[in-house]
Structures are given as C-alpha cells and as structure tokens.
Design a protein around this ligand. Sequence first.
Ligand code: NDP
Length: 446
Amino acid sequence: MDSRLEAVRDTVLARNPGELEFHQAVTEVFESLGPVHDRHPEFLEGAVLERLCEPERQIIFRVPWTDDSGRVHVNRGFRVEFNSALGPYKGGLRFHPSVYLGIVKFLGFEQIFKNALTGMPIGGGKGGSDFDPRGRSDAEIMRFCQSFMTELYRHIGEYTDVPAGDIGVGGREIGYLFGQYKRITNRYESGVLTGKGMSWGGSLVRPEATGFGTVIFAEEMLKTRGQSFDGQRVVVSGSGNVAIYAIAKAQALGATVVACSDSAGYIVDEAGIDVPLLRQIKEVERARLTEYAARRGSSVSYVAGGSVWDVNGTVALPCATQNELDGDAAAKLVSNGLVAIAEGANMPSTREAVSVFQEAGVLFGPGKAANAGGVATSALEMQQNASRDSWSFEHTEARLTEIMVGIHDRCAATAEEYGAPGNYVLGANIGGFVKVADAMLAQGLI
Ligand code: NDP
C-alpha cells in the first residue's frame, strides 16, 4: 500500500477499534488508490480519504418489541449515513444476529463506491439490527419492524436517506416498515424506501435485480475471453434473494447451476437447480434446503455443514454473506478448473481468496461492481416514484442490463487506464472513488 495512504489507513483503524469488517473493506479500497493520488494531489490536500472514512452521521437506537407470548425483547438498531456527495444516502437494512456497528460500516463504506459506479445520483448508507428473524411469526416480524421504524422515521426521507432490503429484510419487512412510516408521518412518500410491493410503488425487476445483475456482469467478463454462460457449470452460495435470481439468470443463459447453500449446509443437484421449487420452498414456505432435497428425491444430495466451495464448477457466484470464501476454498476452486467468479454478496471473498483468484488469472468481479444491479434498480424505483409512473418488465430489465454492462466497461477501462488490464478490483475502487472525491472537493469542506 502507498505509504501516504497507509498512514491514513492506520489512523482509521485506530479510531474504529474492533470493527474488523470495516477495517478489511477500507484496507482493500486503499490498496487500489495509490496511483490515483499520484495523479490527483488535490485529493490528499483536501483530506478526501480521512473525510470519506468518517461517516457523515451514525445513528444507534433501542428497538423494544414483544414476542407472541408477551415477552419483551430489546434489540439494537443502526443507520450509518456515510456519504451524500452524489445524492441521498442509499443502502439496505440487514436483520441478522451478527449485525454490529463494524458490519454496518463496512457495508455502508462499500455502498459509497458501488452507488457511484452505477452512475445514478445516490450516496452511500446502510443500516440494520441484530434482530434474528429466523423462526419468528409474521406478527412478531411486524411488531419488530414497527418498533424499528418508530425511531428510524425521523432520520430518513426521499431526499435524505432511502433504505432498502438486505439479509433478513425482503418484501414482507419493507411492507411493514413502509406502513409504519406512512402512519407516523401521514405522508404517502413512496420514494422513502425501495423494494416495495408492485401495487404500492415497487418496481418490476427489483426482486430479480441483484442476482440478474451479477450474472450479467459475469457474462461481460466471460466475453472478454471469448466465453459465455452457455455450457458453464456453476456453483452458487446462499439460497436467498440474490442467490435465487442469480441461479435463474445463469440457467436462462444456458448454464447448469449444480449447487447452492444455506447457513446449515448445501445441496448438489447435477440436473440443475429447479428454480420454481427453490422459490416455493424459500420464498413462500420460508423453509430450509433440506426440504428441497426431500422433495426432489434421490438425485439430489444434501450435505450438512461443510462448504459449498468443495463442489467443482467453472463459474462461482458467492451470494450469501461476507468472508464466506477463504484462501483455501479459493485454491480448491482454482484447482478444480474455475474460470470466473462474480460476487453477488458483499465482500464474500477474504483478501487471501481475492489474491488467489487474481494470481491464478481467474476473472474476478468484486461485489461493489458485480452486485450493483440491486441498488441501481432501487434508483430506478425512485425514478418511477418521483414521476408517479411504473415501467414494464422489459423496459426495466433493459435498463438494468445497460447499467451492468456500463459498470463492467467502466471498471475494465479504468483498470486499463491505470496499467492493470483485467483487474476489476482496481477498476471498481478507482472508478467509484474518483467520482465521489471530485464531488466532495466541489462541495467544499463539509
Ligand atoms: P437473504 O436473507 O435473502 O439470503 C441470505 C442467504 O445467505 C441465505 O441463504 C442465508 O442462509 C445465507 N447466509 C446469511 N448469513 C449467513 C452466514 N453467516 N453464513 C452462511 N450463510 C449465510 O439475503 P440476500 O440474498 O438479500 O443477501 C445476500 C448477500 O447479497 C448479502 O451479502 C447482501 O449484503 C448482498 N446484497 C444484497 C442485495 C439485495 O438486493 N438483496 C443487493 C446487493 C448485495 P440462512 O437462511 O441459513 O441464514
């Protein structure tokens, strides 16, 4: 790492003790930015990096709620409003027991660059809670969401901060959150949240957008080597929103997706994952992958525990969570013939894993570029809300494709410009950073 940047990075780490995922995300971005500071000394003079690493605002709040038996629980809510140089803060809410400030800050930091790469007018933010939705009834989820929004509402708004979903927050939760926001504010302010239902301000393609976009990005990477998804053997991690639509899109492009996972294990289905069955089990019944294996019969194996990355494939799409793919798993994938990997999840590969992929010459699409289709389509949802319009599936999907191809090409061109052709990590970090840094300097010392 450039020594000027290393000094700033060390200060950031010391000021934010214990926030390991945030440290990791900052280090990874700083490692790319040395050459930019040679060309743009004004970024150093304006202390852009120091300002960028300090969120504009961080909100932490109590979320009390009662379960179905009347017992009181207290969770912690977060919203980190990281950077608004390009537009209102934008980023999802995550409900998962692992959530703490360091996770929210790593996600919010990544979101700044991701949102810049989309070319849409959106800043970066992220939020969530250490609430565990697993096993909770609809009524409990609703009471939790209502309590969460009873504090959050005063910090958000269509021109201020626009949350969306993430792990543990899908259409059902966005509905309860939106209902409570509307009730408290007495405003039908559609643009305050994205990921809404189709009849109340949502956008077609938003549920599919992150997974579809990841596959479109990967397809563009494959094209640079004269390949495509057709005939590829694909391994996916996760079986939630991003994973399901990544599987669907990869198979629509002619690939066979042979494996996916949840936090308890993984399935191997050599005939290709049956997407309608997977959706029925995960989205409708909210059941586990064991159920998929039970219904699909003896051709499918379920492996409890273990790592889905033990399954060999030519393309890997990690779509579960951060740091789910380490250096050993990466080495195994490479030795099994991996050609390309695109991150549907945020920071699923450890820094060691990224090095293994890059050294082996595997095409590697980092999450902040490859999974930007979700937030880009959220911005399209905001556009439709602002104009009180709703677009067709075809139109919206065409916009998503155009945006993902644009992100791919910008990352590739930036990597080339900085003397590292094919290095999408460098291209994404520099491409996103320069846009935000220019806007920050133009807006003065704030
Ligand atoms: P979902 O909650 O729909 O699904 C998450 C999936 O990942 C589930 O299969 C879950 O398994 C698994 N998972 C979660 N945590 C862990 C863990 N600690 N260990 C192993 N498996 C785990 O979330 P999404 O699909 O929305 O999000 C997945 C990833 O994509 C996240 O990194 C998110 O930040 C990222 N992302 C999401 C976007 C979106 O639009 N939704 C946009 C951009 C990025 P289980 O059910 O067993 O917990």
